[in-house]
Design a protein around this ligand. Structure first.
Ligand SMILES: Cc1ncc(COP(=O)(O)O)c(C=O)c1O
Length: 390
């Protein structure tokens, strides 16, 4: 017998385990429960976009594309930023195509942070943030958002900054809370960045999923922010094509080229045949974006009504795929235990919001449900959840 093998996982990743989404999706698969855990739609994106990818494959678009992305997609991303936000970008140098927003986030943190640098972010946070900050050997400085408003506490924000702060990582619309940060909150973040000469990295993957007439405002459009903000987004949510993993990072040339320096050694390039298809998708008429948003808003209302009827306290989201509910009206307060038992009790899978917090007490009774599902699936989930209130 040889010597025992040392635990192989680097200490930087120890403690992160399997992502909650994989764990909960596996639970859904093994129990046959309805999966309202992971945020992916159960219908495909626009037929013409899928056809464009098929055509690209048949047309020989199957080898390594350029590292920064094909020119047509970079031009379409720049045109999208101009069309929706009035942002002017040079598609040659200020736009980088990535393998989903996930890669853009990882590459940005690896490229921009020195060991020991601090990253201010807002908890609950999307789970890849903590892992990628750790991989970059940086430190996270979370600012806790508390229900029901999930407002940024100005004192907590100020206290999160230090001389080691390298960047603020801001996700709006925000997963898992569904919060869309207000103009005043964005200005507060921007003021800290300007005054302290700190970079901003924004995750805007839910930019088109904002409800009730709200507008998405990119942080980079605030005064003095264009020069210091790397804006990240993705086609996955906007076009219901989450498995294609085509994302992008845009912003000042120096930031984008830093991210590309890391990206080239992660994936080198991103999915060739999907790129012309997403270029096509980004040019779809306004009617597509409007009806997609209205459809999702109706699904939000459908699931919120079901959760309320089941006896949960609903925290209605202003954007994203997700609604959070507080389980305390059911006489329970441990969201993790609740989610582990939910497939058995009610045939539904949800995600305990506590996994997105460093401050575990802040998220303990909260549970996240995804509503990006067919109406009949939402209705069946609601009917099953009604069992909870007896
Ligand atoms: C806030 C947030 N950022 C990034 C991602 C990942 O985006 P992509 O699939 O484009 O990598 C997700 C997916 O759920 C998300 O919720």
């Amino acid at each position: 017998m040889g010597a025992p093998v040392r635990a192989p996982l680097t200490s930087r990743l120890a403690g992160f385990g399997t992502t909650i989404f994989a764990e909960m999706s596996a639970l859904a698969a093994s129990t046959g429960a309805i999966n309202l855990g992971q945020g992916f739609p159960d219908t495909d994106g626009p037929e013409e976009v899928i056809e464009a990818a098929v055509e690209a494959m048949r047309g020989g678009c199957n080898q390594y594309p350029p590292g920064s992305g094909i020119p047509a997609l970079r031009a379409a991303i720049a045109a999208h930023q101009r069309r929706f936000y009035g942002i002017e970008l040079d598609a040659d140098g200020e736009v980088l195509v990535t393998t989903g927003a996930t890669e853009a986030i990882a590459a940005a943190l690896l490229a921009l942070c020195e060991p020991g640098d601090e990253v201010v972010t807002f908890e609950p946070y999307y789970d890849s943030y903590a892992a990628c900050i750790a991989l970059a050997d940086a430190r996270r400085r979370p600012v806790t958002l508390r229900p029901p408003e999930y407002a940024i506490d100005p004192d907590a924000l100020a206290a999160a900054f230090s001389p080691r702060t390298r960047l603020v990582l801001l996700n709006s619309p925000h997963n898992p809370t569904g919060k869309v940060f207000t103009g005043d909150e964005l200005e507060l973040v921007a003021a800290h960045c300007r005054e302290r000469d700190v970079l901003a990295v924004t995750d805007e993957v839910y930019e088109h999923l904002v409800f009730d007439g709200r507008e998405h405002v990119p942080l980079s459009t605030l005064p003095g922010m264009a020069d210091r903000t790397l804006t990240i987004s993705s086609s996955g949510k906007t076009f219901s094509l989450t498995g294609w993993k085509i994302g992008w990072a845009t912003g000042p040339r120096a930031l984008v080229s830093a991210v590309q320096a890391a990206k080239q050694f992660l994936t080198f390039v991103s999915g060739a045949p999907f790129q012309p298809a997403i270029a096509h998708a980004l040019g779809l008429p306004d009617a597509y974006f409007e009806s997609f948003r209205a459809g999702l808003q109706a699904k939000r209302d459908r699931l919120c009504a079901g959760l309320e009827a089941a006896g949960l306290e609903v925290l209605p989201p202003a954007g994203t795929y997700f609604v959070t509910a507080d389980i305390r009206p059911l006489g329970e307060d441990d969201g993790h235990a609740f989610c582990l038992a939910l497939p058995e009790r009610a045939g539904v899978v949800a995600v305990p919001t506590v996994v997105f917090y460093d401050d575990k007490s802040a998220g303990r009774p909260l549970v996240r449900f995804a509503f990006c599902k067919r109406d009949e699936v939402i209705d069946e989930a609601a009917a099953r959840l009604a069992r909870l209130s007896g």
